[in-house]
Design a protein around this ligand. Sequence first.
Ligand SMILES: O=P(O)(O)OC[C@H](O)CO
Length: 190
Amino acid sequence: MAIPRQLPNAITIVRILCAPVFLWLLLVDGGSDGALRWWAGVLFIVAIATDGIDGYLARKYRIVTDLGKLLDPIADKVLTGLAFIGLSLLGELPWAVTIVVLVRELGITVHRLIVAGDHVVAAAWMGKLKTVAQAIALALALLPLWTVFGDGIHIVNTIAMWIAVLLTVASGIDYVITAVRGARRRGAAS
Ligand SMILES: O=P(O)(O)OC[C@H](O)CO
């Protein structure tokens, strides 16, 4: 069975378009734990879940494109970045955490775009693990689960967020080390 060649990239673009809608749902009533907050959390989970689907379809049907390779991580970062910003705007996450995450995400994105003409910086395994950890931590923080499980859930949320932030920093350092080693190798070869 064949699928339209542009389907994976179309899914990626839908993920980007979901991001502002999700942020609006989160902020529109001040982040209160009503229906809109639940919808914000559900939309975030559905949108971030498509991250696995577009990549899977592209690989399965051998329709991986350079555009897709660049667009896919950007779509993740728009969605997770707005989630971090939204939680900080609501006063539920320190801005220091959000800034550290945004600097790391922006850094790897700018690096990818700068070297794109020369080589592709593929997502490393630690980067993929980081995205999963961020998705779990953000989903836990966005859904008003305290209305179901009580305030104890905040301890789980805090631990999940720490794991996500540590992986974010560690995977950023991993990319820097890989980039420096690659530059040295290319320098030695020329
Ligand atoms: O390491 P990053 O920041 O490029 O993220 C990895 C991608 O999100 C995996 O889809």
